[in-house]
Design a protein around this ligand. Sequence first.
Ligand SMILES: *Cc1c(COP(=O)(O)O)cnc(C)c1O
Length: 353
Amino acid sequence: MNTVQSGFVPLTRAEYDTLTKLLGELLQTQHAPVIIPGEAIIGIEAIAAGIAAPGRRFLNIVTGPYGTLFGEWLERGGAEVVELRVPFDEVVTAEAVEAAIASSQPQAISFVHAEVVTGGSNPAKSILELARRHELISVIDSVSAVGGEELPIDAWGADLVAIGAQKALGGPNGVSAVSVSPRGWAYIESNARAPRNSILSLLDLRPPGEGQAFRVPPSIPTLEARALIAALADTEAEGLDRVIRRHELAAESAAAGLQALGLEGWQRDASRRSTLTTTVRIGGEDRLRIGQPVGIVAPGDGELRGRLLRINHFGANASQESVEKAVRTLAGLLETDEAAALAAVRSVWEAAR
Ligand SMILES: *Cc1c(COP(=O)(O)O)cnc(C)c1O
């Protein structure tokens, strides 16, 4: 008899439980997050599919390309979408969100927490306060924010939160997670359109209660899940506060370096810059129009190409060394002396020691 040997080793229940526990600790939630067997964008699309329906009105905040995409997915599900959009060199203010809630009277509100593409960061805590006050279901794309900014999900009352490990946490991108509050589950369960038997079904992937079996056993990519467990364990060992602090220092020191080089930040409000990426306004400086990334210095994506440069100082690159290297790259492009800019970067890190 021939036997076919399969190389597939499924994730054990113990590993699944470890992953769930580490994610819950990272996100400071008591509710077991859904583990998404794929990239974070699948979790975001699954949220849209689970909550969108005719008769449901959403206020979708658009401060970058992922917000546009989310709104399209909500509309595909038949929802009515009111958009609050700002130019991509800004983020929203809590005042603008409050006015938009008052005029549109939505059931739910959605936004991207930290925008790696534009280098902006929305005031998540304030927006979630407004959502709670107006009893709105809240949806956040925190894929890049997690590990770079605080995200205490239960304390902030966030209902549906997508996260990934491949940005600030330096983990894999083939497995991700969606945190769902009890209110969030009720909002999905009360939607007759919420998918079942689909890659986009959060209901199929819903974690079983203690001692219960899965409704549908999930096929989570084992190697990716183990890499995620390792990345989460590393984060826990370093301390989430320290990981976030490292990202803050990377952003502060990059800003100091840019200033010394006479360059302008792309994001207009310096207090609302993301800790993951620092974006540089190109303006009339043709020497900054690069075609390919140079280390962590990258051209803008899509419509932002030629308008900004991105310094991707996240994950392992949220370090003094990486920011110094990026500043050297920029000085090289400008054919200018790098010494003052490097000193500015160093002084930020040294002051924090
Ligand atoms: C990177 C990113 C995504 C997409 O994550 P993938 O894992 O690449 O699918 C979604 N939203 C934001 C804000 C991101 O930064």
